[in-house]
Design a protein around this ligand. Sequence first.
Ligand SMILES: NC(=O)c1ccc[n+]([C@@H]2O[C@H](COP(=O)([O-])OP(=O)(O)OC[C@H]3O[C@@H](n4cnc5c(N)ncnc54)[C@H](OP(=O)(O)O)[C@@H]3O)[C@@H](O)[C@H]2O)c1
Length: 333
Amino acid sequence: MSINKQILLAKRPEGMPDKDTFKFAETEIEKPRKGEILIRTIYVSVDPYMRGRMIDAPSYVPPYKLNDVLGGGSIGEVIESESSQFEQGDIVIGSYGWQSYYTAKEDEVRKIDKNIAPISTHLGLLGMTGLTAYFGLLDIGKPKEGETVVISGAAGAVGSVVGQIAKIKGARVVGIAGTDEKKQYLKEKLHFDEAINYKTTSNLQEDIAKACPNGVDVYFDNVGGVISDTVHANLNKYARICICGAISSYNLESGDIGPRIQTTLIKKSVLMQGFTLGDFADRFAEGSEALAKWLQEDKLKYEETIKEGFDNIPEAFLDLFEGNNIGKLLVKV
Ligand SMILES: NC(=O)c1ccc[n+]([C@@H]2O[C@H](COP(=O)([O-])OP(=O)(O)OC[C@H]3O[C@@H](n4cnc5c(N)ncnc54)[C@H](OP(=O)(O)O)[C@@H]3O)[C@@H](O)[C@H]2O)c1
């Protein structure tokens, strides 16, 4: 039988992670005992939040331990089962992370339906990032018909779904992303009303004002930093800001400094709320059903950037910070 390949956290990064952050290891595959299954990994998810877990600081998920496998969403096939709940050939999803095989206890993973959509979508549109878009936008942003929704990180896994849900709800949707290819994708494939390339604009403030002639009612923030400071200058009275992520700050070596936002929030009676997907754990079934229904009705489209090969997982992770993905970034092992 094959060896289990793993990727461990070798060193806590300061600034941008590099090859020294990761260590490749090989272990014997553990034979499943009663109540366990052996999984062969098919897809591994790489996600920006993993950067936060590389720091030894308290957060909403515990930090990775040095020399432990980097945990995160993975999908695999059951190749041996000692559990009455699973059989060979079942496709399962779990948080067992960057390793090519995993011997799981039956309550550590759950079966996924192979018939709704390609299995990879359970790590993206129908999984963590799609649900984040669904609950963040609808519960915090609460877009109304005719309102303007601005999304940063708009062509990524979360952002691309947020924009499409906002369109379903009848909003005017403006996406901010880092390449012209992404801009084109947002406008032509996802039918966003406007898209802005923040890397090539000579005046982001002016471009946002032009793209949002009636101001901004909902800002779904995936990136933080200067982009968000600029969107804040265009907020309408009673606007809502959904703080989903702040990827522009994840690799900074010292704290991020920006304009103080309190007076903006006061003057415009703006609601700003951070959230993590876990806040909505008791409603995942609702979110999954809605996303699957919209997908079936062709109201939601999705894109995946799939890198091939287990050894390329660290590189794929770093691609997130270079903007080398459209839609969900995954590695096919
Ligand atoms: N709150 C939650 O529960 C939750 C759950 C999932 C994700 N998130 C957060 O949501 C955000 C998006 O996650 P995702 O999984 O959908 O990732 P993603 O958007 O698919 O990938 C990351 C994207 O961020 C952009 N980016 C990278 N560095 C940047 C920078 N310095 N400034 C501006 N943009 C930058 C890049 O696109 P460009 O080419 O456009 O720069 C890149 O493609 C992340 O901040 C993540 O941490 C939060």
